[in-house]
Design a protein around this ligand. Structure first.
Ligand SMILES: Nc1ncnc2c1ncn2[C@@H]1O[C@H](COP(=O)(O)OP(=O)(O)OP(=O)(O)O)[C@@H](O)[C@H]1O
Ligand SMILES: [Mg+2]
Length: 260
């Protein structure tokens, strides 16, 4: 009998989860208390015909999640900073939200985090960073890393995406590729491509401000427990949130004009 040797290739990208590896055409990720909910969601998405998420394969002998590896690229590159990519992301997030229809919106079993005060409408991804979107052929193709998913409003998830992709950030904290972008125009572009309702467009920046405030508190609490959140905090994550909120205050009227 010939044994097949499967190599573990470390995958890096995000800041939070250590020990994410690729094995053949699967990804192994440490499990957490929200894993049963996340797997149920991923199976619901598969049944709904949504292509833009990994599939659940199961759990391995070390208690790790086994998901399918989605070929493509992640992270900030020239193509992910383009307006086409932003519109593509909006379409993908819309499809994802629509595909969560029928999934129970009970709050138990998910990772806790900041949220909207309105009644949840969908399961949000809630961590739509550039490291968590797979590009293929120059376009956003799939969402990965559903660790922070939870019931929320469409707008709350949209605000999270725009925080990173518009981006709603102080220019001093933006990587050079995101420096010269017209943020107000990109907010509008995303809303048009997603089909955000007028009442949500009017509330978008107000919710962004609320989210900054709540995320700061949530992150500080997580950081106080140590681990990678503490490292992120020590590297200035909290200060970046405060600067982004201050930048939003200064530019709010001008940005709002693009949305209404
Ligand atoms: N299913 C997958 N298919 C393809 N690539 C993946 C998949 N899962 C993870 N990756 C790659 O590995 C990187 C890290 O994985 P993941 O996002 O799951 O953990 P993390 O980034 O450490 O967590 P966090 O984003 O919460 O900090 C991703 O940015 C991506 O490049
Ligand atoms: Mg990630």
């Amino acid at each position: 009998m010939v044994a097949t040797l499967l190599y573990e290739i470390p995958l890096q990208g995000g800041d939070v989860t250590d020990g994410v590896v690729r094995v053949d055409d699967t990804v192994r990720r440490p499990a957490s208390t929200s894993t049963p909910s996340v797997h149920a969601l991923l199976m619901h998405l598969e049944a709904a015909g949504f292509e833009g998420a990994p599939r659940v394969v199961g759990m391995d002998e070390f208690g790790r999640q086994i998901l399918t590896y989605v070929p493509g690229t992640t992270g900030l590159r020239l193509e992910s900073a383009s307006d086409e990519a932003l519109a593509g992301l909006a379409g993908l997030v819309r499809e994802f939200h629509d595909a969560t229809a029928g999934f129970p919106l009970t709050l138990d079993g998910w990772e806790e985090g900041s949220n909207d005060d309105k009644v949840p409408e969908v399961i949000g991804h809630c961590d739509l960073t550039m490291d968590n979107v797979i590009f293929r052929a120059g376009r956003p193709y799939a969402l990965i890393d559903f660790d922070l998913a939870r019931p929320t409003t469409r707008l709350f998830d949209i605000v999270t995406a725009l925080r990173h992709w518009a981006p709603i950030a102080d220019p001093v904290d933006r990587p050079p590729l995101l420096h010269a972008l017209d943020v107000g125009e990109r907010l509008r572009l995303f809303c048009d491509a997603y089909g955000v309702l007028p009442r949500d467009r009017r509330r978008l920046l107000e919710l962004a401000r609320l989210r900054f405030h709540r995320s700061y508190t949530v992150m500080r609490t997580r950081a106080s427990a140590g681990g990678n959140w503490a490292k992120m905090w020590a590297n200035g994550a909290g200060e970046r949130i405060r600067r982004a909120a201050a930048w939003l205050d200064v530019h709010e009227d001008e940005l709002h004009a693009h949305l209404v």
